[in-house]
Design a protein around this ligand. Structure first.
Ligand SMILES: Nc1ncnc2c1ncn2[C@@H]1O[C@H](COP(=O)(O)OP(=O)(O)OP(=O)(O)O)[C@@H](O)[C@H]1O
Length: 258
């Protein structure tokens, strides 16, 4: 089966920066695959996610190729890719009702009239388990909790039935219980819709709990790419080992002088 997405020699440099934010990334993503992208702050995870979704700022220069063998048209964020940001407060429009914001995505990408798009929005708010969706559709973002706002952002991201969902630290700003609920929801939605998932996180334990493969990034390079079970049982790079050790609350094994 041909991959949905194929990256070759992908690199990104922001203007004025001394080092590349991303360098030499080769990666294929299968349709419906769940991939976690992990690494510490500044390792290039968001840059990768934004490059794939075509959301890089104009100051960024791209190298290499981003191809979509699994699509018969150029990929477009909103239609083919759903993107969920870390902070739902800033990704949602504060002066538009949440129902309209979800409907807007369907209206713009699915050639759907407004009435149908609004009906779909209420269905989607229900799918992301928001209470009384037909009432809540008229609420504004400031009337919702952080977790509820993130559910709205997810509903908007999947409104056009994209082939790929990218969650960029989508649960990092939430408390642990809400975080687990949102992860469970994302997991359920990608399984139901057969979407591929790129889950960006600095938390290897969270990523390992549901990703099929994990890509580990450090200083803009992909230092390891392996099936989750393999990476957790036998990490090849010292950096992956250190990340795992830190998350398991163990001392990183240096391997030297013991
Ligand atoms: N818009 C930008 N302009 C200039 N430099 C940027 C921009 N965005 C990111 N960078 C730089 O690119 C590098 C990679 O950043 P990126 O945000 O992709 O990392 P990250 O792993 O997602 O980190 P975090 O978890 O903190 O978001 C960093 O050195 C960062 O400072």
């Amino acid at each position: 089966m041909s991959p949905l997405l194929s990256l070759r020699g992908l690199g990104v440099r922001y203007s004025g920066a001394t080092a590349a934010a991303l360098e030499g990334v080769d990666l294929d993503l299968a349709p419906g695959e769940r991939l976690a992208v992990i690494g510490e702050s500044g390792s290039g995870k968001s840059t990768l996610a934004r490059a794939i979704a075509g959301l890089l700022p104009q100051t960024a220069t791209l190298e290499g190729t981003i191809a979509w063998p699994g699509l018969d048209h150029p990929a477009r964020n909103g239609r083919d890719i759903g993107f969920v940001f870390q902070d739902p407060g800033s990704s949602l429009d504060p002066v538009m009702s949440v129902g309209k914001q979800v409907a807007e995505v369907a209206h713009a990408n699915l050639d759907m009239d407004w009435r149908a798009a609004m009906r779909l929005a209420v269905e989607l708010l229900d799918r992301v388990r928001l209470p009384e969706p037909s009432v809540l559709a008229h609420a504004y973002p400031h009337q919702l909790s952080g977790g509820q706002k993130q559910r709205v952002a997810i509903a908007a991201a999947i409104a056009a039935r994209p082939r790929l969902l990218i969650a960029d630290e989508a649960t990092s700003a939430l408390d642990t219980i809400v975080q687990a609920e949102i992860v469970a929801l994302i997991r359920e939605l990608v399984a139901e819709d057969g979407m591929a998932l790129i889950f960006v996180s600095h938390d290897i334990a969270l990523a390992a709990s549901f990703a099929e493969r994990i890509a580990v990034f450090r200083h803009g390079r992909m230092v390891e790419l392996a099936p989750t079970v393999e990476l957790v049982a036998q990490p090849r790079s010292d950096y992956s080992r250190a990340l795992l050790a830190a998350h398991l609350g163990l001392e990183a094994h240096s391997g030297a002088g013991i």
